[in-house]
Design a protein around this ligand. Structure first.
Ligand code: DC
Length: 223
């Protein structure tokens, strides 16, 4: 079974997807990490971001692995490195590159083949797994997402004003929806859940109930 969770930055997708996968015993696939890994590889090679064909060539030859919660690049654990502010700032060069997307979409489908997976990103239900049995679209107001992000930063000792986090969220939303290939869209057959005012457990409970109902339905209709 494939479960997709798409939505804008800061809606709580990673936390929710990870928790849902754990409850169901499914594999968690953080597809944002694949774009981040390509950007990290590019940054390390001093890539000229104005030459998309070079980044695509680099992406083609990269060995990216996701093993549990860890992200490996050429065998090196880069889980923390791909989440750094420097890599976040250049990840759009990977995400906006149609050829890089083609390569990573293939990678994501291979990673999910024959497995029960919770795949999280922007285009999972719309492009990568159009036939997924269960699709979710997670949202929250930009203000709520900015408050949560600011709280995360504070917990990491990197305080940032909510206003500046909000400006960043609004910019990322614009980038996500205007991307020419694989933009953020809500698939018609996705269940939309607004996480405003809900805690993580409440959101995961809702998703889990929907998934278990679907699983029971599949069992009933399969001879
Ligand atoms: O979810 P995230 O912040 O780790 O994603 C990193 C970047 O990659 C973000 O700019 C959106 C982009 N992305 C994408 O274009 N398609 C995906 N399936 C996942 C992430």
């Amino acid at each position: 079974m494939i479960i997709t969770i798409d939505g804008p930055a800061g809606a709580g997708k990673s936390t929710v997807a990870r928790a849902l996968a754990r409850r169901l015993g499914f594999r968690y696939l953080d597809t944002g990490a694949t774009y981040r890994a390509v950007a990290l590889a590019g940054a390390r090679r001093g890539m000229d971001w104005g030459r998309p064909e070079e980044l695509a060539r680099l992406a083609e030859g990269l060995r990216i692995e996701i093993s549990g919660d860890r992200v490996l690049l050429e065998g090196e654990d880069v889980t923390d490195a791909v989440r750094s502010a420097e890599v976040t700032a250049v990840t759009r060069f990977a995400a906006d590159n149609p050829e890089v997307r083609r390569i990573l979409v293939q990678w994501q489908r291979r990673a999910a083949a024959g497995q029960d997976v919770v795949a999280e990103g922007r285009d999972q239900g719309s492009v990568v797994f159009g036939d997924a049995e269960c699709k979710f679209y997670l949202t929250a107001s930009p203000e709520e997402r900015a408050r949560r992000r600011a709280g995360d930063f504070q917990a990491q000792g990197k305080s940032q004003a909510v206003e500046s986090v909000l400006a960043d969220i609004n910019r990322r939303d614009r980038e996500d929806v205007s991307r020419p290939v694989g933009p953020l869209v809500r698939p018609d057959d996705a269940v939309e859940i607004s996480t405003d005012g809900l805690n993580v457990d409440q959101v995961v409970d809702r998703l889990e109930k929907i998934v278990r109902d679907r699983l029971a339905q599949v069992k009933r209709t399969t001879p």
